[in-house]
Design a protein around this ligand. Structure first.
Ligand SMILES: [Zn+2]
Length: 153
């Protein structure tokens, strides 16, 4: 790794492995360990970070497909049969190379994501209307029989 040195003008300089140019050391970030400077100048360092972030974001986008109910149901069926890692592996074979993280599997198992609507959850206005068509009493009776706090409009 190039180190910093004093040039002919008496300035403390360093060669950047990114742009291959020599800059004053103040153009470099100091190393975390406090000894010397980072191998890339500030400009190159920022560009590198930006690129790294873009790559990570792309990877994240590729791996976070929207799971449908069919996927989630299938994943739930595997609970207790396979490890989360095995489920993730089997999943991509079964669903045409869709990538699934084993941590996604465990979050589904623990109910953190894709939670199944239980009785404690709210009911949609559509469910309410559907229920009304099956109800034989009056509208008032129907409303009275429904816990309105649970309705999600
Ligand atoms: Zn540079």
């Amino acid at each position: 790794m190039p180190v910093d040195y004093t040039d002919d003008n008496g300035d403390r300089v360093k060669h950047c492995i990114g742009c291959k140019e020599t800059h004053l050391v103040k153009e470099f970030y100091e190393h975390y360990n406090g000894i010397g400077y980072k191998p890339r100048c500030r400009t190159c360092n920022k560009a590198e970070l930006r690129e790294l972030n873009a790559r990570r974001a792309k990877k994240r986008r590729q791996s976070s497909h929207k799971l449908t109910k069919r996927h989630v149901d299938w994943i739930r069926e595997q609970q207790g049969k396979l490890s989360t890692r095995e489920v993730a592996k089997k999943f991509s074979k079964r669903f045409f190379n869709m990538k699934l993280n084993s941590s996604t599997v465990s979050r589904i198992y623990s109910g953190k994501i894709h939670k199944e609507p239980g009785t404690e959850d709210t009911m949609s206005i559509y469910d309410l209307l559907e229920g009304a068509s099956d109800f034989t009493g009056s509208v008032e009776q129907y409303i009275e029989s429904t816990d309105l706090k649970k309705i999600k409009f």
